[in-house]
Ligand binder design. Structure first.
Ligand code: FAD
Length: 430
């Protein structure tokens, strides 16, 4: 593998995907600058689950040992990545109008997002990181069409050979990739999550009967599901109560749907009024004000993740519903292919547009499949799954349909297909 290249890489956005890509490229000897809008690397969520696909990608980029060193080894259960070990409907009721189905979800192990990010932050060259740099646009340089100019909100700009946009679901870099005349590709998904924390002791005192383990559990029912995650050795319970509307297509929602709002607890209690007693007890224990989080996604799918010398990865390219816990994993897979392509012996400044086209050609179908799977997972939870709303149907869809294709993916085939694509176009020698 070559360790020096005749081009500079600029990454916009220092979330998990931008950081992973930047570090892997730096480790291989490439010149990388990372521009982040915030004043520091930050926390955007409570937990992040990594499937075997993401673990393999982190390993292939030489980053996994650092993550492993930061987490509690007891939380790292090898084997859970590829299979769902337990799926026991409890408190089952055949009356779906009053659902009390409880699914013990055993998906990927979850690490605190900040811990995961912290592990990566320690690996990046601090001199290459530029904070408080909010990108407002990218465009070909006026003086050299083979260079790209990045403009920031503070009025400064930066010229470079290649831009990778990892600036999240509200990406500015995406605007260039999609084209100025195109409508924005970020829409309200149809799903809302109400989030709050409840002390476990308060729950018990209120008469909550369901036994919670150390793994996230999920109450499911028509157009609603509730993920309940024990925190701090079970002292606290994190509740994410999701509601969805299927009568309005995603693209038909008003573009100004607020992303977050503090709302009275009564709003979520009303949304779940038909549910069983344990679910209602749980919601009654939430704080009087809860955070309402309207989930936004990238939709309709982009025709390409690359244009000229600019590409996007992670949520910027395929921001998806969180129901599979797979969004970051897809961005990490993107980062791996970019790393492998940009460090390839035949990649040079001159052929970067073709190399980014090959990246898009391979990553787009894979990540869009997972995007669709995430939407389907929500529908399964909401008793709209392909195998129907019986316990057997739900079990079949969750056990055999939901995670396997996400986790059991041959990430090494990505580079093979990308190189074949480059050889077929004559960019790379066969
Ligand atoms: C409730 C919930 C649960 C989830 N659970 C999981 C899970 O278990 N497993 C999983 O794999 N995924 C999960 N996801 C998805 C996952 O969080 C995202 O897919 C992942 O964080 C995306 O990473 P990213 O680096 O692409 O974007 P982000 O994490 O959004 O990072 C973008 C970065 O770019 C910066 N930025 C933004 N705009 C600009 C700009 N204009 N200029 C410069 N910098 C900018 C931001 O400050 C930020 O640091 C979940 C998501 C949600 C909402």
């Amino acid at each position: 593998m070559s360790t020096t290249k005749d081009f500079q890489v600029t990454i916009i956005g220092g979330g998990v995907c931008g950081l992973a890509c930047a570090i892997a490229l730096q480790k291989a000897g490439l010149s990388v600058d990372l521009f982040e809008a915030a004043g520091a690397f930050g926390e955007i969520g409570a937990g992040i689950g990594l499937g075997s696909n993401a673990i393999h990608a982190l390993k292939a980029m030489g980053l996994f040992d650092a993550v492993l060193a930061k987490i509690n080894p007891a939380s790292f259960r090898l084997g859970v990545f590829c299979s769902i070990q337990a799926l026991e409907p409890m408190n089952s009721s055949t009356k779906y109008a009053h659902p009390t189905i409880f699914v013990q979800r055993c998906s990927n192990p979850s690490y605190h997002y900040a811990v995961f990010l912290d592990a990566l932050v320690g690996l990046i060259d601090p001199k290459s990181v530029h904070f408080k740099k909010r990108c407002t646009s990218v465009a070909p340089s006026a003086t050299d069409p083979d260079r790209v100019i990045v403009t920031f909100a503070d009025g400064t700009s930066h010229e470079t050979d290649l831009v990778l946009g990892a600036d999240g679901v509200r990406s500015k870099v995406r605007d260039f990739v999609v084209g100025a005349s195109e409508p924005q590709r970020v829409v309200f998904s149809n799903a809302v999550a109400y989030r709050g924390l409840v002390p476990h002791a308060v729950l018990k005192q209120a008469g909550f009967k369901t036994t919670l383990t150390d793994r996230p559990a999920c109450f499911i029912g028509p157009d609603r599901h509730m993920i309940v995650t024990p925190l701090k050795n079970g002292e606290l319970v994190n509740v994410a109560a999701v509601t969805a509307r299927y009568d309005v297509p995603m693209e038909a929602w008003a573009p100004d749907t607020p992303w977050t709002a503090d709302v009275p607890r009564a709003e979520v209690q009303e949304a779940y009024a038909a549910w069983g007693s344990d679910a209602l007890t749980l919601l009654a224990c939430l704080p009087e004000k809860v955070l309402k989080f309207s989930m936004h996604v990238v939709h309709p799918p982009l025709e390409s993740y690359a244009r000229a010398r600019v590409a996007i990865l992670g949520d910027a390219a395929h921001g998806m519903l969180p129901h599979l816990g797979a969004g970051a994993g897809q961005g990490i897979e993107d980062a791996l292919l970019l790393f492998r392509l940009l460090t390839h012996a035949q990649t040079k400044k001159e052929n970067l547009p073709a190399v980014l086209t090959a990246y898009s050609h391979v990553r787009r179908p894979r990540s869009q499949d997972v995007w669709e799977g995430s939407k389907r997972a929500g529908m399964i939870y909401h008793l709209r799954g392909p195998s129907g709303a019986t316990h057997e149907g739900i079990r079949k869809d969750i056990v055999s349909g939901m995670w396997q294709t996400v986790w059991n993916y041959d990430i090494d085939s990505d580079i093979v297909r990308a190189v074949e694509h480059l050889q077929a176009s004559g960019t790379f020698a066969a």
